[in-house]
Design a protein around this ligand. Sequence first.
Ligand code: ADP
Ligand code: MG
Length: 351
Amino acid sequence: MAYLTVERATKQFTEAFRALDGVSITVERGEFFTLLGPSGCGKTTLLRAIAGFNDLTSGDITLAGADLRKIAPYQRDIGMVFQDYAVFPHLSVFDNVAFGLKPRNVPHAERKTRVDEALAAVRLTALSDRMPAAMSGGQQQRIGIARAMVIKPRLLLMDEPLSNLDAKLRIELREEIRDIQKQIDIAAIYVTHDQEEALAISDRICVMNGGHIEQVGSPQDIYGDPQTLFVGTFVGTLNKLTKGNGLERMLQALDLSGVGAETWAIRPERLLLSADCATGGAVLNGIVSKYTYLGREAHLQLETEIGDLVIHISNPGRGAGRNLGEQVAVTVPRDDLMAFDAAGKRMSRGG
Ligand code: ADP
Ligand code: MG
């Protein structure tokens, strides 16, 4: 049995509105599990139900075999890190971290050892006497992480802990969080609406949408093998091919017209900017309508008979620039075309 199990979790805020609608997940010991989805999809509601800050309307939550809904929040041994740091401004860094230990009857001598360990893990040892007001957002969030860790929780919950930080710090701290989680070997549930963050940090990602789960899988599964149109568009970029004679001709040439898909789509980095017959794809003509150089990547937009296509080119050399209006050949590799049905579910394409 999994370490944490949530079964058919439903949260009904009003008669007409369910923030969670039958959500089931499992998290293993030591796993870094991420809830990813747009604002309002129910991530915080699920996290708060696990922490015990609000109860479910129905469903079961089990941690290490125990029914969590029967245990008071403060007895659940769950550490939580919030978006807005939630540090106490009148307490030193040390006392902020020590705060959670008092109600837990940890002996005085052990308190200091535990706080020192937690501060070392988040690299705040040198600042332990400081007051939080004199510290940066990143440092304040480290206090939050140390305070959650110091109680040696059975589960660590983090609700968008990096959203208030600037881009560079977000990347630094997400790697630290991941390292700390692996080092203390704790099960963690991490909430974010940032797909890149989710891909970078997670063992598994659960993509949520409107109170339900779209897909659970490794970052590679979620990005490389999206099971719904929603996942494909929310995580990364997806070219949706425009219906019409051009598309019909292409599908026929690739022996794919029998699939009967509602939507065909392809990732921008799978399109090839050349007439490459070796890939077993279809070659189309395109007119360059946009070229964006981004250093390690360039994004090219083409008008073609299957609609506007975005192509991502990695390592664009100095000579790789394209002029607006220029005609180019693009190859659509057969294997990289994804088919979705009318409900947005991924379809098998057969052979
Ligand atoms: P997320 O964290 O994914 O952005 P939330 O779990 O906070 O989403 O919210 C899910 C939905 O539930 C939202 O539409 C939100 O407005 C609604 N909601 C959250 N808390 C309450 C509440 N206490 N009363 C009524 N509706 C709420
Ligand atoms: Mg939220």
